[in-house]
Write a protein that binds this ligand. Sequence first.
Ligand code: FEO
Ligand code: CA
Ligand code: CA
Length: 649
Amino acid sequence: MKDTDLSRMSFDEFDEARDPRPDVQDFDRVVEAALSRRGFLRGVLAFGSAATAMGLGTLMGSTSAKAQAAARFAFTPVPIATDLDVHVPEGYSWQVLAKWGQPLFSGVTDFDASTGTTAEAQARAFGENTDGMEMFNIGGRQVICVNHEYANVDVNLPGRKDGLPQSADDVLLLQRTQGVSVMEVAEGADGWQVVIDSPLNRRIDHTTPMALTGPAAGHDLLKTAGDPEGRTVLGTLNNCGAGRTPWGTYLTCEENFNGYFGFASALPAEGDSDEVKKAKVDEANKARTDAMKRYGIGGVSRYRYEQFEARFDLGQSPNEPNRHGYIVEIDPARPDAMPVKHTALGRIKHENAASVVARDGRVVVYMGDDERGEFLYRWVSRDAFVPGGDTSTLLVEGTLSVARFSPDGTGEWLALTPEATGMTAAEIAIFTRMAASRLGATTMDRPEWVAVNPVAVEAYCALTNNTRRKAGATNAGGDPMEAVPDSPNPREENGYGQIVRWYPADDDHAAPGFAWNLFVMAGNPAVHKEGPMAGSANITEGNMFNSPDGMMFDRFGLLWIQTDGEDNNDGDFAGQGNNQMLVGDPVSGRIERFLTGPKGCEITGFATSSDGRTIFVGIQHPGGSWPEASGLPRSAVIAIRRDDGAVIA
Ligand code: FEO
Ligand code: CA
Ligand code: CA
């Protein structure tokens, strides 16, 4: 990997290149997947088994069924796009609500289109790489929390060689570019605006103090020179997806936290050859623990924080990474309150946190660990949620479980207890992946967002893709990662992704078991006329996409699906265009395209205004100079309304 390539990579690509997962190929076990599309899908695909045999049109063939399905989609689907613009259906309009570097307070130096912003200004301005978001109504004020997942080094540090920091101040700028923005927004004659200087506006970044709760708080593995008690952390890292609690707080989810730590001794010096660079990394990595290897921690970090700040140097502060990778709770109504990292919900590459109240009032949180062959998790609180009551134990005391899917269409939640895993509660909280491996959890095709249907007892998880799934391959813990027909992960070298859903036993999200099937398998029926890569029957040349990622239900029970995939519109991806947002109907299986993003971006993050007449969507890492005519590209949240003012979601 050449240094010059670094700035062009997404965070996930960087992570994979730096610490490739085991990819042991047992050639004797590779079998030609000569499966017909129909035979391959068999019973696991909800619409596939019936719909492939009859054709989806036949399934939905009656006039009333067609009318019902159509009524659920109040828009004309948009075609794919390959340009540098946003497209929404006819009768809808969009505007930018907030973009990278935009001040949230008065007196902040404005953004420079060619040089970006400064550390001082960025502390009080909207961050980069918008991701998960949630809207809160606080005493009639609309307050939106927005994640800023990572930095685009060539964009956010323009002018620095390879986009890498040259000073502690550069590091501080990158740290403030990421994190979370909390901001009041309001709709006026000119559309939606940020309310500058609202008392609820707040920036949270890689330097913000936050408290730890749960079994790992105060544990020796969390103690550092800067925090000998192991109870207060600086910063939340790599804020990817999001969620909200039933009591009105925001959950921000730490995903690729591993990429911020490195060995200072492994940093390359000017003029080092590739061989010397590699030798430094190999020598430093001898100090890695098994846990560091499982989580992909080591070598040289993405942003070289370790060059300027000791707590990111694994040689000096090996426990610092144990303090990141958690679900973090932020109270948008209390701008002075310290954010809280809840260790009981596990330390993984958290994608999002989808909460629902179970039948008996206990709080359930579903969470994916986004890495090839990692797992799907569920938290169930010990105590019941009582509106207006004490909520302090609900993300602290309870049971974390991991999913095992069986080929017969059932599954179970395996409780990660000390008895079952042979690990202490603190060890389970910190080394959650290793605990889950001990129970034989199902290795998944990169679990991204989970979404819970508000009008039916079911939940969905986007399994974005897994090009390394094949016979003989394993995840970083050695768990097998072969393709299993009649499983949620049925395809080898899966570049398209799928969405699995489950129905809790007894209509109870806290029940130990569930039934499952696939809602959709993405694919390309134009390139692959048959076979598994054509996708499921509800994928056509008119609605196809790859790599489902962001996913949220609206109040009507429609599923909004956002993609973070290959947008070269070529080869296996020909005809799929730029990343996009689609709407799926859980009842009919129908999926239609609602939005296309500018080339280069991923679409991620979805929220609605209190009245449902506006939806907010995140445009992350756009190409060109979007949304400006020239200058640096700027990630942004856009607001979309219907021209007739009707409710959208
Ligand atoms: Fe940050 Fe897995 O997406
Ligand atoms: Ca994502
Ligand atoms: Ca993704």
